[in-house]
Design a protein around this ligand. Structure first.
Ligand SMILES: Nc1ncnc2c1ncn2[C@@H]1O[C@H](COP(=O)(O)OP(=O)(O)OP(=O)(O)O)[C@@H](O)[C@H]1O
Length: 457
């Protein structure tokens, strides 16, 4: 690409990002070259490179490909030290992972044990809903970089619920707001490798000094050090030294501190000292919100690709395992639709995601339904399946039978057997009755919807 072509491309970027963004972020970029699919730019500061890569990387790639440039990746390097230090990369093929060297107030920048931050994991892209609002609020508070109010912040939750995303978001935010701070993010596994390496190279003093010079320490997936005695020991000392100096620590794990097996009690109790918050499993609304936000991002990458209404709702409803699976499904859907040049319809979705949909089918049992319905109508399980035919029990029983028919693959005779050995015609009658009521009785319709959601959550 010639400088002139870059000039034209910048003009088209101006139209997309607006005058202000253009002046602050795009204008300072100096185009260097494109080699082997990598476009390299020189930037005046690390910060600018990181910011552009995170916020405009995909957009620049998109404009490049629109203008016929075969670019897969962007590379930003700092003006003063062009050859030595790439500051950020954005790729089309892989996730946009950028290395994020933290500016050390003490000049020890190269040695800080940082893991790369994912450019997509910012607060802007984190969708907040009931299941994660507390974790998000706590992360935001820490990211302000003000006085330490709770230490550590301990985030925990199941697979793919956004723990790493929130930690990276804190790191990005701190880099912007408080570039003077030494912020270190790494996984517990990387902590261990660093520690073992220091032991092997007889550089324990350096190791200790390095970690103790940190202002904010984030350790992801701390459950990894369970059962690893000397790593735990060192972690404990690092932790204490930082807490004593009033330095912020943020930890994540897949379960609460007290539930991590083979973790020393003194560490457990230390971890519990600050604020412990969990990320709950997603609910339907959060999943839908996440899908909508991802679609906004995909629209840049796949302009003009249409998505039929109802598809996102369908996915949010059907894929309730974790956000990673949900995202993967959407990525596949967009890639597939763009390849075959067809809009994303319900039929295409079912076709393209058949395996994911099958795998995430949750098997709801008859017993679960009976239990939930009993709780909802405040009757005993024994009355739900017992012989009494008064309306107080008969109606909930019919509701439960209806839900069994809808949400399980059990046959009518099987359902009948589970309801105290009733005949299949009784089940059929019950199901029919609820179908009729559903159409004319708002209360029943609402009950059914509530119960269905509770069972499918
Ligand atoms: N609330 C959310 N808004 C937007 N994206 C989300 C949200 N929660 C999770 N994600 C996305 O889901 C994916 C998985 O999240 P993340 O890696 O943070 O999970 P995790 O809790 O650290 O899981 P693991 O325990 O497997 O490491 C990421 O791509 C992340 O961006």
């Amino acid at each position: 690409m010639t400088q002139e072509q870059w000039g034209q491309l910048k003009n088209s970027l101006l139209g997309t990002v607006g005058q202000n963004n253009y002046k602050n972020w795009i204008e300072p970029l100096e185009f260097d070259e494109i080699t082997e699919g990598v476009a390299t730019f020189t930037v005046p500061t690390t910060f600018l490179g990181n910011y552009v890569s995170r916020n405009f990387g995909d957009l620049i790639l998109h404009h490049l490909s629109q203008s016929g440039q075969p670019v897969r990746r962007l590379n930003f390097r700092v003006a003063a030290n062009v050859a030595a230090r790439p500051v950020a990369e954005v790729t089309l093929e892989k996730p946009a992972v950028t290395s994020a060297p933290v500016q050390s107030a003490r000049g020890g920048e190269e040695q800080l044990p940082n893991a790369p931050l994912d450019a997509r994991f910012t607060f802007d892209t984190f969708v907040v809903g009931k299941p994660n609002e507390l974790a998000h609020a706590a992360a935001r508070r820490v990211a302000e970089g003000g006085p330490v109010t709770f230490n550590p912040l301990f985030l925990y939750g199941g697979v793919g619920l956004g723990k790493t995303h929130l930690m990276h978001a804190i790191a990005w935010e701190l880099q912007q707001q408080r570039p003077d701070l030494n912020v270190v993010y790494l996984s517990a596994e990387q902590f261990m490798y660093r520690f073992v390496q220091a032991l092997r190279d007889r550089k324990m003093m350096d190791f200790k000094q390095l970690f103790r010079s940190v202002d904010v320490l984030m350790v992801d997936d701390v459950q990894f050090i369970a059962g690893k005695d000397s790593t735990q020991e060192e972690f404990f000392h690092t932790f204490n030294a930082l807490v004593d100096q009033n330095k912020q620590i943020i930890i994540s794990a897949d379960r609460a501190p007290g539930e991590i097996k083979d973790l020393e009690d003194r560490i457990k109790s230390r971890l519990q000292c600050g604020l412990v918050v969990d990320l709950h499993p997603t609910d339907y609304e959060l999943r839908l919100g996440i899908l909508q936000s991802k679609v906004e991002q995909y629209r840049l990458q796949y302009p003009g690709l249409e998505i039929e209404s109802g598809v996102l709702e369908f996915l949010a409803h059907r894929i309730s395992t974790n956000v990673r699976v949900l995202e993967g499904a959407l990525t596949r859907l967009f890639a597939f639709a763009s390849l075959v040049g067809r809009p994303i319809t319900m039929a295409l979705t079912q076709d393209c995601l058949a395996d994911v949909l099958r795998a995430s089918e949750r098997k709801i049992t008859v017993e679960e339904i009976q239990r939930k319905v009993s709780e909802h109508y405040n009757i005993r399980m024994s009355d739900m399946i017992g012989p009494k035919r008064v309306r107080t029990y008969a109606r909930p029983r019919q509701v439960a039978m209806y839900l069994c028919k809808q949400l399980t693959s059990r046959s009518l005779p099987e359902i009948g057997r589970r309801f105290g050995g009733r005949d299949h015609t009784t089940v059929m009658h019950g199901v029919k009755r609820i179908e009729e009521l559903r159409a004319k009785d708002g209360q029943i319709a609402e009950d059914l919807e509530l119960l269905r959601r509770a069972l499918e959550a």
